[in-house]
Design a protein around this ligand. Structure first.
Ligand SMILES: Nc1nc2c(c(=O)[nH]1)N(C=O)[C@@H](CNc1ccc(C(=O)N[C@@H](CCC(=O)O)C(=O)O)cc1)CN2
Ligand SMILES: Nc1nc2c(ncn2[C@@H]2O[C@H](COP(=O)(O)OP(=O)(O)OP(=O)(O)O)[C@@H](O)[C@H]2O)c(=O)[nH]1
Length: 516
């Protein structure tokens, strides 16, 4: 059990109407009481809110006094006549307060009033951390926050590390690791999709799924132990059919969870879409049309876009991260060259590629060559024929207008005709993107994996299950089986935090914000 009482601001940095400072630990109430003028917090029931003042007993005036006296001020605070007097005055309810304007604290000359506050008391074990928790709700000035924190630290609390409140909730067993992680995801959620999936995880979605899988594995382990115990006597006690069924079931469930990560990752982190094409193809114009605002610089000079530009648009609850890249061509301009390298990097990390071309300036061969060079299994390439408004004016020189998808049946399944300038066909581009995400959703699992750590652990677990299947079908090797079974179990246990180490935990919680 942790003996430290920790404190931190729970609200955002900067000015707000109100701010909340949270304390958690065995001495939370005692420390809060030392700084509070109002009801005696050590006597109030759990889950109650109290009006009063935060005071600094060791203020400028107090500093003039002798050390012993100063200590006494702090230690004896709840008993000082002054505070008792104040408590009596304040026995009335908060509503009563609003009608009477006589309720000012009468700090003695050793105290400085820092702020008028509301203090909430939550007593262990039914609290966020399972420890005693006190929340101080103050006027949301960062300066006041700093002063209150200073007083709390002076009275025995210490500043919390990033994620330490949630870490305590985990360490004390109120939530598992996946739930703790979902809290960070909830805080970071920017749209409906990511909020819902994080909330489901907080409510135990993954936790339950993992415990079902673990049970299946444990059941299998008991069956196999039977088989091993009696194996030498040449009697097959274990029910082979039941064993195979369990393994098959495990493999299915694990695979479904693993597959859900593509969708989960799109929900949580958005989908990266690279807009690629030769200089002047109209990439910046398309990005602007998608964003409906002038973000990228549009110009007639080829090579205007030298760096990559990223913009996010939300479609049907999913964030699409667009990158407008430097036009792809061989170039002598060193800066533009860097841009081209970056464009290639962007293609490497993108999930969707919008390849823009313009009949006036492209050949079928170029488009085909491009698609052939950059296609990947996990990349959706969408051909976007831009500047269709021009096609009537001039007969395209080398461009073969028979360019169609049949030319690359395996690589690319979408060809759109648009005019970025006139904003025609833009909706079709958006529809293609939305459909891309909808198709990812097409999976069996009712829980969606959004976390890379969980994804990695599930894949390792599946790997071990496959090894177990292999070992069972090719004759059982006891040691290998035991090893792989333990592996599969431990990988699942890592998701819930049952098996884990300080490094992993430190890594997870350090990414939280301070005060969470
Ligand atoms: N003021 C305030 N608002 C807040 C939080 C907080 O800590 N303080 N939260 C912090 O993230 C979130 C709410 N999450 C919470 C989760 C669990 C418990 C809790 O006390 N659980 C106990 C008792 C439940 C009960 O009373 O039935 C438990 O599970 O044992 C509290 C807050 C969002 N809003
Ligand atoms: N007629 C017509 N012109 C367009 C269309 N889209 C873009 N243009 C024009 O084509 C030129 C180049 O557009 P940009 O959007 O800057 O092209 P880019 O692909 O970003 O060019 P780089 O930054 O050089 O790679 C500009 O003059 C645009 O107005 C279109 O649909 N029709």
């Amino acid at each position: 059990m942790n003996q430290d009482t920790i404190c931190a601001i729970a609200t955002a940095n900067g000015v707000g109407a109100l701010g909340i400072i949270r304390l958690s630990g065995v001495d939370a109430v005692k420390i809060a009481q030392r700084t509070f003028k109002g009801k005696n917090l050590e006597e109030v029931p759990s889950h109650t809110v109290h009006y009063g003042y935060i005071v600094d007993g060791n203020s400028r005036e107090a500093r003039g006094k002798k050390k012993e006296e100063r200590t006494k001020i702090i230690d004896d605070r709840p008993e000082t006549e002054d505070v008792e007097q104040f408590i009596i005055q304040n026995e009335s309810s908060v509503t009563h307060h609003q009608t009477s304007n006589t309720q000012h604290p009468t700090p003695n000359n050793t105290e400085e009033v820092i702020d008028e506050v509301m203090v909430s008391v939550f007593l262990a074990p039914k609290t966020f951390t399972t420890e005693d928790v006190v929340e101080i709700s103050f006027h949301g000035s960062p300066h006041i926050a700093k002063k209150i924190l200073e007083v709390l630290v002076k009275n025995g609390a210490r500043l919390a590390k990033a994620g330490e409140f949630t870490m305590r909730a985990f360490m004390n067993g109120r939530i598992d690791l996946a739930q703790a992680e979902s809290i960070a995801d909830l805080i970071a959620s920017e749209n409906e999709a990511s909020r819902k999936v994080a909330l489901n995880q907080l409510k135990g979605g993954i936790t339950n799924e993992i415990s079902i899988l673990r049970n299946d594995l444990l059941n299998f382990t008991s069956l196999i132990e039977l088989e091993l115990d009696f194996g030498e006597e040449d009697v097959e006690f274990a029910d082979r059919t039941a064993m195979n069924k369990l393994l098959l079931n495990l493999r299915h469930k694990l695979s479904a969870l693993i597959e859900s990560f593509q969708y989960g990752n799109a929900l949580k982190n958005g989908v990266e879409v690279a807009i690629i094409g030769k200089p002047n193809a109209g990439k910046s114009t398309l990005l602007n049309a998608l964003l409906k605002e002038e973000r990228a610089i549009v110009s007639e000079i080829a090579g205007t876009t030298r760096d990559t530009i990223e913009e996010v648009i939300h479609l049907k609850g999913t964030a699409f991260r667009f990158v407008d890249t430097a036009g792809l061509r061989e170039t002598t301009d060193i800066i533009e060259k860097i841009g081209v390298t970056k464009a290639k990097e962007k293609i490497a990390s993108a999930k969707v590629l919008l390849y823009l071309y313009d009949e006036q300036d492209s050949t079928t061969a170029e488009v085909i060559a491009f698609v052939k060079e950059f296609h990947r299994d996990d990349l959706k390439i969408v051909l976007v024929h831009n500047k269709v408004d021009l096609t009537n004016d001039e007969v395209p020189n080398e461009f073969d207008s028979t360019l169609n998808l049949e030319l690359f049946p395996d690589y690319c399944d979408e060809l759109l005709r648009i005019s970025a300038r006139d904003q025609t066909g833009i909706e079709a581009v958006k529809t293609v993107l939305i459909d891309y995400v909808e198709n990812l959703k097409d999976q069996e699992s009712n829980v969606i994996i959004t976390n890379q750590r969980h994804y990695d652990a599930l894949r390792k677990s599946l790997q071990s299950v496959l090894q177990v299947e292999e070992a069972v079908s090719s004759g059982i090797h006891t040691e290998l089986l035991a090893y792989e079974l333990r592996n599969a179990l431990e990988q699942l246990g890592e998701i819930s935090g049952e098996f884990t180490n300080d490094e992993v935990l430190g890594n997870i919680f350090s990414k939280f914000c301070i005060g969470k």
